[in-house]
Ligand binder design. Sequence first.
Ligand code: ZN
Ligand code: FE
Length: 254
Amino acid sequence: MPDIVPLPAFRDNYIWTLRDARFAAVVDPGEARPVLEYLAREKLTLAAILATHHHPDHVGGIAELLRHGPVPVYGPKGEPIATLTDPVAEGDTVDIPELGLALSVLDIPGHTRAHVAYYGAGSLFCGDTLFACGCGRLFEGTAEQMMASLAKLAALPDDTKVYCGHEYTLANIAFAQQVEPGNGALAARLVRDRKLREAGKPTLPSTLGEERATNPFLRWAEPAVIESANKYLGARVSDPVKVFAAIRDWKNRA
Ligand code: ZN
Ligand code: FE
């Protein structure tokens, strides 16, 4: 895998930039300016643009980047992104020969109708579906779809690096502690990630192993999570979809 650099955008977005000594590819350029400045400063040539979903904070910079030279633009086949040149869906591979890189496409609907992730060389670019210690809101999908998408990502190896679209980690950990006050790995994660933020550093990437141990949206089968969901609902449920939906609803109101 080439180097992976976060370019901060807007208030809390990251544009993940994959680069070697000469070329770069960017994931979810919601803004063009941070990318153009970085490419100029590092004397890199843009080789490809990848989008995970159609929201403006992920695709808003693409048209401006293309004004500086045409490159392939990959993104979900099932979403309205006018600038796509190469619509993709699960089973497709994104080849970036300039970086010697091939990424496979996974369909992970839920946040949006056809949201995709890119996975390769132990790294996962998952946009607004899986966040560090959280998950995206259900704008265009059901709880059941989001759960299936998260389960698909959670099945990747423990040491997979998770590169998500936003720096939401500390707020997500605060909520996760309400759901699982007794989770020791979560408490340790808060100490570490708070230090990173105080030093002005991203809390990302995390790993899938960490997410499985601390992210309440992957832990619908844990007795403590089920118990908290029941308390929130004031009813006894154990069906995983209902547990997941309750935690998602709780987070929306938290
Ligand atoms: Zn989004
Ligand atoms: Fe977003």
